[in-house]
Design a protein around this ligand. Structure first.
Ligand code: ADP
Ligand code: MG
Length: 480
């Protein structure tokens, strides 16, 4: 790799000092609610307050040039606007996903709900998006490239905010050993900004007795990340949040003739999905009925079915085609900024690229239309899968997209998991949260809303924290 290395290596801490810091840090996590349910305790995913363990974290923040950080922050409001614009073009969504639906039952079910909403001309006056755009800094080109844009159930606004505080605390305490300055860790407002956006959507809905309904999985070890938002909503805005699974909504929910969503006798102002993004969340028809019921109501949906579809990997690939952004945005500078962060993305009806990917699989990632980690295909598996799908013929290839593989710089770091400090070569993925709220013609919020840094050992292909691949991290801004 020939290009200049932009990110300086983090300072080395000797292993004994690192272990001591890790103990302090783990205690800090327990004291400040930087916790998740412990896999070892079967009740930890269903009973709050039982079986807690500190969230996995990186001992020190990941280094990132300040200019890259600014570039990523600037993109957030543009992506927010883009999602809103694309969501309004029902035909674009249906056409772009038409081949995918034939081979992917999950996408097909989502599109069916979307089609029904288009058919009845369903209006969504209050539109709330809580997104996260994820990036890696490609070492060879020194460019910030987007991994994906999440429009549903973006996780870790609660816990991610705390990691910045943890790192500042550690640097305050040990900074003299490390030559690090706490002020170079940017404050992280994700938790309060997401709560504020939910609260303002609730206020636009304008029914004092109404609640926010969080759609959750029946078992959720990441519940404290969610409870942080619930807590902000109550303490700062006096708003009550109820937690329901999709099957509970099916059993307890109804839509009144004028559109009000009632669940368990309560009026719902805002439906905030922290489930519903994977086929596993729809084990029976009951869950699909609940999703449809919510969509038909006048409650604010975060996200609506169309916002959800805009976040699919197929739409990401379609938006990267020449002249497609221009259909949705008029400002040329904004278009150029977005395009600059697009990695190579291809659909598999491009025979040339399929051939190249079979020859050099290490340069690509093969992605199905799934969220939540653990689904991508790399290396020899990628070659085998493409070869097999090609032989099978038909439309099977349409279930996937191909993406240029991004190679960030690997640096030494300490990762702490279950109270144990491991040293490793790691790479990081930067997520920038964005909040968007519009009521008819009035854009109430369009902001960058904090960040999430996730770090994983460089030998791991996947990236999810909940899925067990990565740890939570924060940022240390450098001059270069
Ligand atoms: P998911 O919806 O499962 O989160 P992603 O597209 O974010 O899907 O991929 C999961 C993980 O795989 C990412 O967090 C990242 O670590 C890795 N990854 C995805 N795309 C690329 C890529 N183009 N180059 C390198 N790593 C990638
Ligand atoms: Mg992802």
């Amino acid at each position: 790799m020939s290009a200049a290395v932009p990110v300086p290596a983090p300072p080395q801490v000797d292993p004994a000092a690192a272990r001591e810091m890790a103990r302090e840090a783990a205690a800090w996590c327990a004291l400040h609610g930087l916790v998740v349910g412990d896999r070892a305790d079967p009740r930890s995913a269903t009973v709050p307050g039982v079986g807690l363990v500190h969230a996995p974290f990186s001992l020190l923040p990941a280094h990132l040039p300040e200019s890259v950080w600014r570039q990523a922050c600037e993109l957030a409001p543009i992506f927010n606007k883009l999602v809103d614009r694309v969501s309004l073009d029902g035909k674009f969504l249906q056409d772009s996903l038409s081949k995918t639906r034939q081979v992917d039952d999950f996408t097909s079910r989502l599109l069916e709900i979307h089609r029904k909403m288009v058919e009845i001309n369903k209006e969504e006056n209050i539109r709330l998006g809580l997104h996260r755009s994820d990036y890696m800094l490609d070492l060879e080109t020194n460019s910030l490239l987007q991994i994906e844009l999440n429009t549903i159930s973006t996780s870790f606004p609660g816990l991610g905010s705390l990691v910045s505080n943890l790192h500042r605390t550690l640097i305050n305490q040990y900074g003299h050993l490390l030559s690090l300055e706490p002020k170079r860790v940017p404050g992280n407002v994700a938790s309060s900004k997401f709560a504020e956006a939910l609260a303002r959507a609730w206020a636009e809905f304008n029914v004092d007795s109404a609640v926010v309904m969080m759609i959750v999985q029946p078992e959720e070890r990441n519940m404290y990340d969610q409870y942080w938002l619930t807590n902000h909503l109550k303490e700062s805005y006096g708003i009550t949040t109820i937690r329901k699974t999709l099957s509970q909504v099916e059993a307890e929910g109804q839509v009144l003739p004028e559109g009000t969503l009632l669940v368990d006798g309560k009026k719902v102002a805002v439906v905030y999905y922290r489930a519903g993004y994977t086929p596993n969340d729809y084990p029976s028809e009951a869950e699909w009925s609940a999703r449809l019921l919510i969509e038909q109501s006048c409650a604010v949906k975060c996200p609506s079915i169309s916002y959800h579809l805009v976040g699919t990997k197929k739409i990401q690939q379609e938006l990267a085609k020449p002249n497609v952004l221009e259909r949705f945005l008029e400002n040329k500078e904004e278009i150029a900024k977005l395009r600059k962060c697009f990695a190579g993305l291809w659909s598999l009806d491009d025979e040339e690229i399929v051939k190249t990917a079979i020859e050099k699989p290490e340069l690509f990632v093969l992605k199905p239309q799934r969220e939540g980690g653990g689904n991508n295909i790399y290396g020899l598996d990628l070659r085998e899968t493409l070869t097999r799908l090609q032989k099978e013929g038909g439309d099977a290839l349409a279930a996937y997209i191909l993406m240029q593989r991004i190679f960030p710089k690997a640096s030494p770091a300490y990762l702490v998991r279950g109270g144990i400090c491991h040293e490793g070569l790691v790479i990081s993925e930067l997520g920038i949260y964005g909040a968007y709220l519009r009521n008819k013609d009035k854009v109430v919020i369009n902001d960058q809303s904090g960040y999430l840094m996730r770090t994983k050992v460089s030998s791991s292909d996947e990236g999810g924290v909940a899925a067990g691949f990565a740890v939570l991290d924060s940022l240390y801004l450098t001059d270069k």
